[in-house]
Design a binder for this molecule. Structure first.
Ligand code: IMP
Ligand code: MG
Length: 177
């Protein structure tokens, strides 16, 4: 059932994703009792995860989106990050959870944490669906983590290869990589 891509093999199936998202949602619900929570999704990759996660949180919450793009030097990120679409609301005094699809080198999240600190929120935590520790270049705290994965290039459930495969309902690995 669901969309399949012939050149992608399943790595984390939709049931496993749904089960983990439910657990993360329950954890956020517990941790943010009595507080107003703002989930900030980082576009475009995290949008698919964000919408499922938001529906797994049993609290009144608000959703914001922030678009970033990292400059690529060949296949490696240079660590230079640029905001392509900024937040539309002030973040001051808010309890923020930044929602990311994957933390790879950590450079994007390092930039985001510095950027958010300057907006003076009440608190900032990080929620990432995936972490690839083998490629970490800077240490960033991940408060809510979906899955720790080995050094594979993954696609689906929001993650892209050349803007494609985001709509796969599972996380997969490109065959032959
Ligand atoms: P970082 O700055 O190196 O941590 O990179 C984070 C960004 O790189 C993510 O938001 C993704 O857009 C992209 N990325 C890193 N690894 C993968 C992958 O395996 N598949 C798809 N995108 C990835
Ligand atoms: Mg991304």
């Amino acid at each position: 059932m669901g969309f399949e891509a012939a050149d992608v093999s399943t790595f984390i199936d939709r049931q496993a994703i749904a089960a983990r998202v439910a657990e993360l949602g329950a954890q956020l619900t517990k941790d943010y009792q009595g507080k107003a929570l703002t989930l900030v999704g980082i576009m475009k990759g995290s949008v698919f995860f964000l919408t499922d996660l938001a529906r797994a949180v049993d609290l009144p919450l608000t959703v914001e989106l922030l678009g970033v793009s990292s400059y690529q030097g060949g296949t490696e990120t240079t660590g230079e990050v640029r905001i392509t679409s900024d937040l539309t609301k002030p973040m001051a005094d808010k309890h923020i959870v930044i929602v990311e699809d994957i933390i790879d080198t950590g450079l994007t999240m390092k930039f985001l944490l510095e950027n958010f600190a300057a907006r003076h929120p009440a608190s900032v935590k990080v929620c990432a669906l995936l972490e690839k520790p083998a490629r970490a270049r800077v240490k960033v705290p991940i408060d809510y983590k979906g899955f720790v994965i080995e050094d594979k290039f993954v696609v689906g459930y929001g993650l892209d290869f050349d803007e494609k495969y985001r709509n796969l309902p599972y996380i997969g690995v490109m065959k032959g990589t």
